[in-house]
Design a protein around this ligand. Structure first.
Ligand SMILES: N[C@@H](CCC(=O)N[C@@H](CS)C(=O)NCC(=O)O)C(=O)O
Length: 230
């Protein structure tokens, strides 16, 4: 029953956002180095940026900053001067910035082939994203005690997937940093992913710390809680 509500409320969030981040759009140049994003899952401004990453088929190192957490929040305050999310770093160009609208514009101008779609612009994505997060009853908001991994975890995902969201929420709450491989519909990265994992299904987690790789959101969530939850 709980699981059914979990999936239904996550799916409702995707519908509220009209499927943003389901498919890739027109792509431009690729980053020289992976992007870095400080964010937390339930933040509607962060969601808008994650949607852009999926549409533009961009990978990023995610540094989760849930409320009450310190692992990356403190790092961001030291770096950028304030606890405001999202914050993007593009190591290949040296650009760093707050403000989701500016980040989305930057990503589309640098790595897209035209302006950001209307779906990501203005206040509507923020209103709909806030409602979507409310339906999730605050999951992906508050930090939980956890052990820090030595090496980055890796997650194959795309923003609109209800099952991927459930996993990203848990990674967020446990403040577990990960390399986000976006493989939305139409992603050129899908072939390489299938070659590695054996089938086209996300979420898929790889944890180099324990040499574990697994499908299935419920199994991944249980694995993360059991391995890194304190
Ligand atoms: N105008 C900013 C607003 C960002 C914003 O208000 N983010 C909230 C989270 S949704 C925040 O950083 N709150 C501080 C905190 O969580 O401690 C943007 O579009 O990026």
């Amino acid at each position: 029953m709980l699981r059914a509500f979990d999936v239904a409320s996550s799916t409702a969030g995707t519908i509220l956002r009209l499927g943003a981040g389901l498919s890739v759009g027109a792509l431009g140049a690729r980053p020289e180095q992976p992007l870095v994003l400080y964010e937390f899952e339930s933040c509607p401004y962060c969601r808008r940026v994650r949607e852009a990453l999926s549409i533009l088929d961009l990978e990023a190192e995610i540094r989760p900053c849930p409320k009450g957490g310190h692992r990356f929040r403190d790092e961001l305050i030291a770096r950028g001067g304030k606890a405001q999310f999202p914050y993007l770093i593009d190591p290949g160009t040296g650009k760093e910035m707050y403000e989701s609208a500016d980040i989305v514009d930057y990503l589309f101008s640098r790595y897209g082939a035209g302006p950001a779609p209307a779906l990501l612009q203005g206040s509507l994505p923020i209103a709909a994203g806030s409602l979507a997060s409310a339906l999730r009853l605050g999951k992906g908001t508050q930090a939980e005690p956890s052990r820090a991994p030595e090496q980055l975890l890796e997650l194959w995902s795309f923003e609109a997937s209800p099952f991927c969201r459930i996993v990203r929420e848990r990674l967020c709450r446990l403040e577990l940093p990960y390399r986000l491989h976006n493989v939305a519909k139409g992603s050129p990265g899908r072939d390489a992913f299938v070659e590695r994992s054996g089938r086209m299904q996300v979420p898929y987690l790889a944890d180099p710390n324990t040499s574990t790789e697994l499908f299935e959101s419920a199994d991944i969530v249980a694995y993360l809680a059991g391995t890194y939850g304190a």
